[in-house]
Design a protein. Structure first.
Length: 129
């Protein structure tokens, strides 16, 4: 009887953590969104969600520093860790638009023959490292 009571007492706090964690995630997410609304990077329309203390960022921007600012913002809001999937697009692209797909461009054929490989002669001198 005493062992059962002790076991239940020890397990009770573990079950109680689940609803509190969800509430904590919502608090972190609300804090990040408040900071985002006051920040310059708010115009990039990033999407942020928080699950189990981890902040997940999605979106795109043309300013590379905004990606780092988003990570720092989540850390300041007490996120346990950050998964930043914000894509930095080249200047001139519209922020919030999907990232362009990269196309491989073939290199122009050179009219010059390739240079021969260099040969180096190494001479060993006794007594020297």
């Amino acid at each position: 009887m005493l062992r059962t009571l002790l076991a239940l007492t020890l397990l009770l706090p573990l079950g109680a953590q689940s609803p509190a964690r969800g509430l904590r995630d919502q608090e972190i997410q609300d804090d990040i969104r408040e900071r985002l609304a006051k920040s310059v990077i708010g115009k990039d329309n990033f999407k942020v969600t928080v699950r189990e203390g981890v902040a997940y960022w999605e979106g795109s921007t043309t300013v590379a520093q905004h990606k780092g600012a988003a990570t720092r913002m989540a850390k300041a809001a007490k996120a346990r860790s950050v998964v930043n999937k914000i894509v930095v697009q080249p200047a001139g692209a519209k922020a919030g638009a999907p990232a362009p797909k990269s196309k491989s461009v073939p290199k122009a054929a050179s009219t010059e023959p390739p240079a021969p490989p260099r040969r180096v002669q190494v001479q060993w001198v006794p007594g020297r490292p």
